[in-house]
Ligand binder design. Structure first.
Ligand code: HEC
Ligand code: HEC
Length: 449
């Protein structure tokens, strides 16, 4: 059993290199400032490039003369998978779903997820902040921009394996996916709908939705069933069976030319265990979610305050840069993390431990998207986190050689599932925005002229 093996390796490494005694002395403010300068403004990807799938490569996007090829996306209509069946079958490294998914519900949820008419201005779908080609998050923006250029405080989490999250959002303020959808639907800086009723009434104007919901649910289209359908699709984004899983959980290979768990990734896993990363990014002998579902302070909140809360300008269209407006929900870009939910000052700057599955696809990192690459994240930990006096004592400077740091990155890269491309293709079997047509009228009718 690889687990026992890995544990023994981890323990023997620990004996050879005992972890440094915990640094209880708060690191200085100067260190925090130096880190802030090194990290640069959130949202800047280190190599300056964009990784955008399908139609647009975005080279030269800063210029007004950039011409989009977005219509080419229609040439890339993807192949629909029997997603419910796939999700109902356990994958290496993951637990089984609590309840079986129904295909029809998943299919309806998929259409809704990519339908821009769910937003007040019909300009923003869920899938535009949770972009399939970008790990079901956004690689381009540290923190997304919603309705009318209003910015948010936080990075969009990836939705892979969201079915297994014990709480939702970086601060864990929501428990169920069914209820969660109303947060983006109603947030003024996201989809900006004035009320639940407004959303439901608008969608009821679309006959195809009316009949699809009536066929599935006795009560038809309601705020509950809308949440149910969207939740079903998101639950189906199960994505395990990575190179690491096949090695660690010793699952037989399904094909000839599959990549192997490399010696470098194996070294990285040993470092991961020896340095206590798994204390929060938890794994167990049967499954590995790489999160404990709990909230911890790694010093990122402290760093964010040092850097200044207001994000720099972001680019929303060729040649168009905006400084996001303040988040009108909170009237500030301040972010206290879990403390906002618990009311407990101890919880200031604690955020839910993110899963590390598919982490190579989900840059930029941390609750504020402040770290651009996995190398940056490893560097952050090697330096001892953000240097906040109140940060978790397990976050302390690490003595790792360059080779060990690279190995850690190689290990993190081995956590990419074997079905990510298939899930992207499946997502693109729903056409963005106008899948169901045509009777849509915007929420606020234009004044008659
Ligand atoms: C404007 C961008 C944007 C849009 C549009 C958007 N989201 Fe999100 N989503 C985010 C951000 C940012 C967060 C994290 C917010 C937080 O933690 O406070 C998030 C968090 C989530 C989470 C929690 C994931 C986790 O691991 O905790 C789920 C689930 C989710 N969104 C689903 C949806 C659905 C469904 C829709 C459409 C109804 C949607 N999102 C629309 C940006 C967006
Ligand atoms: C005390 C708990 C804890 C320990 C120990 C810990 N982490 Fe984390 N990790 C977190 C939390 C919490 C975050 C999110 C912080 C934030 O959003 O500001 C995080 C974020 C990350 C991320 C970014 C993921 C994403 O999607 O944004 C990576 C990668 C990561 N950790 C890897 C590691 C590695 C490698 C180690 C060991 C060197 C480690 N972590 C040790 C709690 C921990």
């Amino acid at each position: 059993m690889h687990y026992a093996y890995a544990m023994s390796v981890a323990l023997s490494i620990r004996e050879q290199h005992p972890p440094r005694s915990i640094n209880r002395v708060p690191l200085t403010r100067a260190f925090g400032l130096a880190m802030a300068v090194l990290l640069g403004p959130p949202g800047t990807l280190a190599d300056g490039t964009h990784r955008v799938g399908l139609a647009d490569d975005r080279n030269g996007y800063e210029s007004e003369s950039y011409a989009t090829r977005s219509e080419a996306i229609l040439e890339h209509m993807g192949t629909r998978l029997p997603l419910a069946d796939i999700a109902n079958t356990p994958q290496a490294g993951l637990p089984a779903l609590e309840a079986r998914l129904q295909a029809a519900e998943v299919d309806l949820g998929r259409i809704l997820f990519f339908d821009r008419r769910l937003s007040a201005n019909a300009n923003l779908s869920c899938g535009m902040c949770h972009v399939p080609e970008q790990g079901f998050t956004q690689n381009e923006l540290a923190t997304p921009v919603g309705d009318e250029g209003r910015g948010g405080r936080r990075n969009a989490p990836s939705l892979y394996n969201v079915a297994f999250q014990s709480s939702l959002f970086w601060d864990g303020r929501e428990a169920s996916l069914e209820a969660q959808v109303w947060s983006p639907l109603l947030a003024r800086n996201e989809m900006a709908n004035p009320s639940r009723e407004a959303v439901i009434q608008r969608l009821r104007l679309i006959p195809e939705y009316n009949s699809a919901f009536a066929a599935l649910y006795g009560e038809g289209l309601t705020d509950q069933t809308l949440g149910q359908a969207l939740a079903a699709y998101q639950r189906a984004l199960i994505s395990g069976n990575s190179v690491f899983d096949r090695w660690f959980f010793a699952t037989p290979k399904s094909g000839q030319s599959e990549p192997e768990f490399s010696p470098e990734a194996e070294l990285g896993f040993e470092v991961f265990m020896a340095q206590g990363c798994q204390g929060c990014h938890a794994i167990n002998p049967r499954s590995a979610m790489f999160t404990d579902g709990a909230f911890h302070n790694t010093g990122t909140g402290y760093l964010r305050v040092q850097r200044g809360l207001r994000p720099p300008s972001v680019q929303v269209a060729p040649g168009v840069f905006v400084v996001p407006k303040v988040d009108v929900e909170t009237e500030t870009f301040n972010d206290d993390g879990r403390a906002e939910v618990s009311g407990d000052i101890e919880d200031q700057w604690r955020y839910r431990t993110p899963s590390l599955r598919n982490v190579a696809l989900t840059a930029p990192y941390m609750h504020d998207g402040s770290l651009a690459t996995l190398e940056d994240v490893v560097n952050f930990y090697v330096r001892g986190g953000g240097g906040d006096a109140g940060q978790d004592p397990r976050i302390r400077p690490l003595a790792l050689t360059q080779a060990q740091q690279s190995a850690l990155v190689a290990f993190l890269e081995s956590l990419t599932a074997d079905n990510v491309d298939a899930l992207v293709a499946d997502a693109r079997s729903a056409r963005i925005g106008d899948t169901l047509r045509h009777d849509y009228r915007p929420h606020s009718p234009q004044p008659e002229s």
